[in-house]
Design a protein around this ligand. Structure first.
Ligand code: SF4
Length: 352
């Protein structure tokens, strides 16, 4: 949903015929797993990725990605930070021309195939990877580990690597939610690994507030940042977690500037760092966006509050979530609740 070039896994249940982009010939597609190519996600500019009409084999992904990046390098405008994204080349050319140029750089044909004839992967469960889950391989489990705002010390990294080496298959995977997956843990080692993770200072379970708390680098490491996103995310998460319990998971994304590395427009709560004038003094604060989402809940959030100082933010969001809990329809998610109200209504409701 969110990337310039994305590969979305799908299944073909039966043999089917696609159309070669190279010469229009029919291409036989055996049953199995493929990727659909999605293009032009750029959520900081309020645009989600769209299906390009192409399916590729997983083994072709690197070559296709490289061909597309080369086309962008040769023809995109990389001199202007605000336009240096694939969206702007495709806005100018259209998808067909972009794919035709990528095809020229590939030895195998790109294959057009209708999205409707693909079996999509099951909808992902929000915060669903946190905890212990059985793999399809008998006797194996993966453990989803919460790494608060993705920050690990080198000592912690080494100890997690040791766990993967000693109890798993030596593999670790990172998630877009700044958490970590430790796969291939045999049944008999699961409890040991859970205990070790707690000793290292990580969690294998999280509340509906802390499981999807994401922050970009912020002003401790990025020159563009207006705010200390990671430090403030941890403080904000702790404040809300002490005062609230939610029965639906929410994602909270803090990003330090409009570049939106933490994708604030697709968080249930998105926060974009800004400088705020308080009594003549410039302090750190946020523009506040509600109602974004990805996957089955895909949508761009809407900005409801502008320039809230960080001092005020935790109490504002506590009030927002308590109001949502009090006024929502039964089982209504925060995204659904905020999407069915206009900005003005939300401002009034949350300001009382
Ligand atoms: S969103 Fe802005 S502040 Fe945050 S890491 Fe990206 S460029 Fe830096």
């Amino acid at each position: 949903d969110t990337n310039d070039i994305g590969f979305m896994a799908v299944k073909l249940a039966t043999e089917a015929a696609g159309e070669s982009l190279k010469d229009g010939a029919a291409v036989s597609l055996a049953p199995g797993i493929y990727f659909r190519v999605e293009l032009c996600g750029i959520t900081g500019h309020k645009q989600l990725a769209a299906d390009s009409g192409i399916v590729i084999k997983p083994s072709e992904a690197v070559a296709v990605g490289a061909a597309m990046v080369r086309v962008f390098n040769e023809h995109g405008d990389r001199t202007d930070r605000k336009k240096a994204r694939l969206k702007y080349l495709i806005d100018k050319w259209g998808v067909e021309k972009f794919l035709a140029e990528a095809q020229k750089k590939l030895a195998f044909p790109l294959v057009k195939f209708p999205l409707a004839q693909c079996v999509k992967r099951p909808a992902s469960i929000k915060h669903g990877h946190v905890g212990v889950y059985r793999q399809s391989q008998p006797g194996k489990n993966y453990i989803g580990v919460v790494i608060p705002v993705g920050v690990m010390s080198t000592k912690q990294m080494r100890r997690v690597a040791d766990l993967a080496q000693n109890y798993g298959s030596g593999n670790l995977r990172l998630t877009p939610w700044q958490n970590l997956l430790l796969p291939d843990v045999p049944d008999g080692f699961v409890e040991t690994v859970k205990r070790q993770l707690v000793r290292i200072g990580f969690y294998h379970e999280a509340t509906n507030i802390l499981g999807g708390l994401v922050a970009c680098t912020g002003n401790t490491g990025c020159k563009w940042a207006a705010t200390d996103t990671k430090g403030q995310a941890v403080a904000l998460g702790a404040h809300l977690n002490q005062r609230l319990r939610l029965d639906h998971p929410i994602n909270i994304h803090l990003t330090g500037c409009p570049n939106s590395c933490a994708q604030h427009y697709v968080g249930d709560i998105g926060l974009q760092g800004v400088k705020v004038n308080v009594g003549g003094e410039s302090v750190e604060g946020y523009n506040v966006v509600f109602g974004g989402g990805v996957g089955a809940e895909a949508g761009i959030g809407k900005q409801v509050f502008t320039g809230i100082s960080f001092d005020e933010l935790p109490t504002l969001l506590e009030r927002v979530l308590k109001t949502y809990l009090a006024q929502r329809a039964p089982h209504e998610t925060f995204a659904a609740f905020t999407r069915r109200h206009e900005v003005k209504q939300l401002q009034e409701m949350f300001s009382q």
